[in-house]
Design a protein around this ligand. Structure first.
Ligand SMILES: Cc1cc2nc3c(=O)[nH]c(=O)nc-3n(C[C@H](O)[C@H](O)[C@H](O)COP(=O)(O)OP(=O)(O)OC[C@H]3O[C@@H](n4cnc5c(N)ncnc54)[C@H](O)[C@@H]3O)c2cc1C
Length: 392
């Protein structure tokens, strides 16, 4: 197995590094957003960000090159420089619009979403439709040339900050359940939309219930055809799984866990000197490395133009499982600090782990719960018989 990047990519790495040295200075509190925005514009002009997005929509339109993409991710992470804006608008809606949207929809939404001017939320889950998403009941019908939408969404991340929602809505009530759904774009700032925050056990408020009560949206704010929303949403979810499954993020978290073990005390000594802690860390590191090499395999297949198959799903599943093991060990290491909820703001000690420990439970559910991933891997990867009922 060849694990070197080769001279061409090492040269590219030096270019990226040089660009970062010249253009990225760490932001100070208030200037952070402005500085990040102008830095992102420069990085996009150099071809480092939004590589798959055409220039006319605000991207850098680079030929697909997973090795370059990896070098960029490594160098930006090392320099702690901002990469693409995070959130479902950039990571989920934009790729979906580019794949199946109308030209006017791309013109209207993509560039402003990449620039952070438009924030989106994902309106899929409902009180009775999570893993079995196709059971969703929110209804939409055309009345006087406009969609009117009524129903309820739940667990809608950052809906309270979003200008728009991309939502799955039942528009063909007589069709079989997967064929009766449309993918609609909805303006959140209107009388028919009510956002109610859900308070988390960590004390945070990132999720919401969203009530749609005769909400309106123009007839052409539909992505794909009427009734094709299920297929359209599959494009979006694939991107979400890839997003959650990054091996780099797992390695980063593991490095921080080792730092925590170095700082934390166990029987009056650094926890890292404890035999039990060392064994637990070594066990986790085995999985971290396995995920890294699986991601190399995925990348090699993509470079060879082959389908990486279920490795995106495996990545997501492994990443969340490892994250959970790391969180459990972190919880043991921080001891009674773990009882502090909500986590004290701005703390730099062990308390900063509290949010991550609790968050690791959510990541195993968001974007397709781990059990559902296992079902899909078993059925499509191992060829086991299909389970009735739940959908992925
Ligand atoms: C951090 C976070 C962010 C989220 N953000 C959003 C968002 O922005 N927008 C949005 O629309 N939704 C969001 N969700 C919701 C998420 O998509 C759902 O929680 C998820 O699909 C699971 O649905 P559910 O909560 O209804 O659980 P259920 O589907 O009721 O599942 C409960 C448990 O049963 C298991 N289970 C269910 N069916 C099966 C089966 N057939 N076989 C084996 N086990 C099964 C599941 O694995 C799970 O452990 C978010 C969730 C989390 C945790």
């Amino acid at each position: 197995m060849e694990l070197e990047y080769g001279p061409e990519y090492e040269l590219f790495r030096s270019e990226v590094r040089q660009f970062l040295v010249e253009n990225w200075t760490k932001p100070v509190a208030d200037g952070a957003i402005v500085e990040a925005a102008s830095f992102r514009r420069q990085a996009t002009a150099k071809g480092y960000l939004y590589r798959g997005v055409p220039q006319r929509y605000g991207g850098s339109e680079q030929p697909a090159d997973p090795l370059k993409a990896r070098v960029i991710r490594e160098e930006f992470t090392r320099a702690r420089a901002p990469r693409e804006i995070e959130g479902p608008g950039v990571s989920m809606l934009v790729p979906t619009l580019l794949a199946v949207g109308e030209d006017w929809q791309k013109d209207r939404f993509v560039a402003k979403t990449l620039a952070g001017e438009y924030a989106w939320c994902q309106g899929y889950s409902e009180p009775h439709a999570g893993s079995d998403l196709a059971a969703l009941r929110t209804r939409g019908e055309i009345v006087d040339g406009t969609w009117r939408i009524s129903g309820q969404k739940v667990w809608t991340t950052l809906a309270h900050r979003a200008q728009f929602m991309f939502a799955l809505v039942r528009t063909e009530p007589d069709a079989p359940k997967h064929l009766g759904i449309s993918y609609l774009l909805i303006d959140m700032n209107q009388p028919g939309v009510t956002v109610r925050p859900l308070r988390q056990m960590s004390g945070g408020r990132e999720f919401n219930e969203v009530f749609l009560d005769d909400a309106r949206t123009p007839a052409d704010w539909i992505v794909g055809a009427r009734g094709a929303g299920w297929q359209v949403s599959r494009t979006t979810l694939r991107h979400e799984r890839d997003l959650v499954g990054g091996a780099g993020a797992t390695e980063d978290a593991f490095r921080k866990l080792v730092e925590l073990a170095r700082d934390a005390r166990c029987d009056g000594r650094p926890a890292l000197e404890s035999e039990d802690v060392r064994q637990a860390l070594a066990r986790i590191e085995g999985y971290v490395l396995a995920q890294r090499f699986t991601s190399y395999r995925q990348m090699s297949l993509e470079l060879a133009g082959q389908d990486a198959g279920l490795s995106g799903l495996l990545n997501k599943l492994n990443g969340t499982e490892i994250g959970h093991s790391m969180a459990n060990l972190a919880q043991e290491l921080i001891g009674s600090y773990g009882l502090l909820t909500p986590a004290p703001k701005g703390e730099r000690g062990p308390e900063k782990w509290i949010g991550q420990i609790m968050g690791s439970l959510g990541v195993a559910i968001a974007g397709g719960a781990s059990n559902i991933q296992r079902n899909i891997i078993a059925e499509r990867g191992l060829g086991l018989p299909r389970e009735g009922g739940a959908q992925s």
